[in-house]
Design a protein around this ligand. Structure first.
Ligand SMILES: [Zn+2]
Length: 444
């Protein structure tokens, strides 16, 4: 189905032994899921074979349907192809195969499961790309690359989490480690793409190290994104399903403060107190943020010392940095590098930096309106776009000039937290949205 043409929504009348009528009015009244059930009940035909193209119905010969005629064209017929039960089965499989970042053994199993799922649903061969941090998974629909569907299969949850809280669905919410960030996004994308009659120009890349900064996969991600020219990122949506049109650049600094130990009771004057020096540094970095440019600099972790009665010889402070305006990355990096010690004999050592450059709003300047149009054509209603503080691999693709739209994954909440969840009822529509956007990009 070429949804790029947009105005085409299909309602068909099937006639034959087992066929019923699917009228415009009926569809109008029926939520998508019921429409699905109605269509399925009408015949045993595999609905995928009746993929309806604008102004054209492709009829496939099995089933007992005598005629298929187009009454009017609405995209709602498309949803009938999505099988939520199957999506949930695939989601359960992926969630219950744990894939913590850095756990190479677990990631090997996860990559194998993921590649076999892709092959099962989309055909072709998914390539497993080994890396020291665990394998990435790449798949191509062939032809000239036009769109990269980008995600990650690692999660922030340690191995063993599934034993404590395996995949489950309670009151319409799917739960389990990594379900929201981003296994449901992966499942939606695969099922959304499976609806398209042709996947040429489409590439999929699922990396194994996004949650730890994508240090290994970054080169591969940028290479494939540049080859495709467009990146659709499957990170979870913002509130209410909003897409992510801009992201701040993100970084973590670690400041090590070296002093000198001494006995806190007998001769404290002989020590150099790294904790006191750390206090000076925390106050100094806390002034580097700038609300007018959206830059935040936040000390988040601190530790010092070895015992109650010892002047601490070492302190450590971790600082979270977010930047969005041009030049702010450089300003903060220079300011951090320019920090100086207050106590005469203490010494500072700075590690880390701003890893992910900002994803500016310009990177989604034409992609977001296209997504809005697709959502409207598919009857999915209005869709919002928001700028967010968190980083993703979309930051890397955007920084390399690749048109990038993010937040195309699951609708739910609680990312990285134990109560993380996905709203199950939204999954088919999100799959349709992703499939629709890809189809529109293929048609460009
Ligand atoms: Zn993620």
């Amino acid at each position: 189905m070429n949804v790029a043409n947009g105005n085409a929504i299909v309602v068909v009348v099937l006639s034959g032994d087992v066929a019923g009528e699917l009228s415009d009015e009926l569809l109008e009244q029926a939520p998508a899921k019921e429409a699905n059930t109605m269509v399925a009940a009408m015949s045993d035909l595999d609905l995928r074979m009746a993929v309806i193209l604008p102004r054209r119905v492709r009829r496939v010969a099995t089933g007992r349907i005598d005629t298929v005629s187009v009454v009017s064209i609405r995209q709602n017929a498309y949803v009938a192809n999505l099988d939520l039960e199957l999506m949930l089965t695939d989601l359960e499989t992926l969630v219950n195969i744990e894939s913590p970042s850095r756990d190479v053994q677990a990631l090997v199993v996860s990559a194998a499961a993921l590649s076999s799922l892709i092959e099962q649903r989309l055909g072709g061969t998914a390539e497993i790309i080994d890396s020291p941090v665990g394998p990435h998974v790449h798949w191509s629909g062939g032809g000239e690359p036009k769109v990269l569907v980008l995600g990650h299969h690692d999660t922030v949850f340690p191995f063993g989490t599934v034993a404590a809280r395996p995949f489950k669905v309670v009151e319409g919410r799917a739960m389990g480690p990594g379900v929201f960030d981003m296994k449901a996004g992966i499942v939606q994308a695969i099922h959304g793409l499976a609806q398209l009659p042709d996947l040429s120009g489409v590439e999929i890349l699922f990396s194994a190290d996004e949650e730890t900064g994508s240090h290994d996969s970054r080169g591969l991600i940028v290479q494939r994104a540049l080859a495709c020219g467009v990146a659709l990122v499957l990170e979870p949506s913002a509130d209410g399903g909003a897409l992510k049109t801009a992201r701040k650049g993100t970084g973590t600094f670690e400041l090590l403060i070296h002093g000198r130990a001494s006995h806190a009771g007998l001769e404290p004057e002989k020590g150099v107190n790294a904790l006191i020096e750390a206090a000076h540094q925390v106050l100094a970095v806390s002034t580097l943020g700038d609300t007018t440019t959206g830059t935040t600099v936040t000390p988040t972790l601190a530790s010092a010392g070895t015992a109650d009665n010892v002047v601490p010889a070492l302190a450590k402070v971790t600082i979270d940095v977010r930047v969005e305006a041009p030049g702010e990355k450089e300003r903060i990096e220079a300011a951090m590098a320019g920090l100086h010690a207050h106590l005469s004999e203490s010494r500072l050592e700075l590690r880390g930096g701003i890893n992910r450059p900002p994803m500016p709003a310009s990177s989604s300047a034409w992609l977001f309106p296209l997504a809005v149009q697709v959502a409207s054509d598919l009857g999915l209603g209005e869709i919002a776009g928001v700028a967010v503080g968190g980083g993703s691999d979309g930051n890397f693709t955007a920084a390399n000039g690749v048109a990038t739209l993010d937040g195309l994954g699951a609708v739910g909440g609680g990312a990285h937290a134990d109560h993380e969840y996905v709203l199950v009822a939204t999954m088919p529509d999100r799959a349709r949205l992703l499939g629709g956007i890809v189809a529109a990009l293929q048609a460009r």
